[in-house]
Design a protein around this ligand. Structure first.
Ligand code: OGA
Ligand code: MN
Length: 288
């Protein structure tokens, strides 16, 4: 019998999982159980974990191929597998509210799916919290699978054949200028609007802040549809707000969830989370 103990977090998705140490050798059967839980719950929080970077990367490899972080890759061509979320530098110093990196990260306060702008978007993000603010800095999540299930059948039928262009430069230049080499590395890409989970067949729609327009549609009609789908997924009752605790290791499924950061005072609080991503298995297409 499984030794995992689950606490559901929201009626649509999400569970807190007790009874496993992710940094130790994980049995194949436990790994399979975790993979199935991700496909079912979309968001898993494993509290009280102790995860060095090496252990985080080792665990990431169990779930699939680590995705090279796109900013360093775009700017320098070098593959690194970690991102740091928050305001603490590698040398431990704090970056305040006015630091360019803190400002840049405010782009994450728009609802999005991680790396939806890549030709092959990541499936999962894994985040381990080392230091968390005493106030603010929660991350909010919502399920586009549950939102899809609420749609009238006529609208589902309309969405089925559509493709949406996701464009990092479009979304991020609204927040901060994008480095030219980085921008050039991320041409706009078209993804199917309706996705299906290969294990359980559950469908969802795939939008978020990087979604620029519907292939073949005018800008205005595209905006209306994308905004309508976003609104249907982000009503207050649809949202689970994750209040981070140091020691949380969280996995979320970007194929079917949207998330956004919430503000915190970076002059006052330290926030340090280390993050890896698992490359997806489905590719969209670039436009030209
Ligand atoms: C992320 C993200 C928002 C936050 O880690 O991918 O979007 O809470 N984070 O900072
Ligand atoms: Mn994100």
């Amino acid at each position: 019998m499984s030794k995992l103990h689950l606490e559901p977090l929201h009626s649509d998705f999400g569970a807190r999982v007790h009874g496993i140490d992710l940094s130790s050798a994980i049995l194949q059967i436990e790994l399979e159980e975790v993979c199935e839980l991700i496909d079912t719950y979309s968001f898993l929080c494993f509290p009280d974990q102790s995860m060095s970077d090496d252990e985080l990367l080792m665990f990431t490899r169990l779930l699939g191929e680590p995705e090279a972080e796109h900013i360093t890759l775009g700017r320098t061509g070098k593959a690194v597998y970690f991102g740091t979320v928050g305001n603490v530098s590698d040398d431990g110093t704090m970056k305040g509210n006015d630091h360019p990196n803190t400002r840049y990260q405010t782009g994450n306060q728009l609802w999005h799916a991680d790396s939806s702008f890549r030709e092959r978007p990541c499936s999962f993000t894994i985040t381990h919290a080392h230091e968390v603010p005493g106030e603010g800095g929660a991350t909010e999540f919502t399920s586009a699978r549950a939102a899809y299930a609420r749609l009238p059948q006529t609208l589902r039928d309309r969405l089925q054949p559509l493709k949406v262009i996701h464009d990092y430069v479009f979304s991020r230049s609204q927040v901060a200028p994008v480095d030219p080499a980085h921008a050039a590395s991320l041409p706009p890409v078209a993804h199917k609007l309706v996705k299906k989970n290969p294990r359980n067949g559950c469908r969802n729609y795939y939008v978020g802040s990087h979604a620029r327009s519907v292939v073949g549609w005018s800008g205005i009609a595209s905006r209306e549809l994308i905004d309508d789908l976003m609104a249907r997924a982000t009503r207050p009752e649809d949202i689970y707000s994750h209040q981070w605790k140091a020691g949380d290791t969280v996995i979320w499924d970007n194929r079917c969830l949207l998330h956004r950061g919430t503000p915190y005072d970076a002059d006052r609080w330290r926030r340090r989370m280390r993050q890896t991503r698992v490359a997806g298995t489905e590719s969209g297409s670039t436009l030209s």
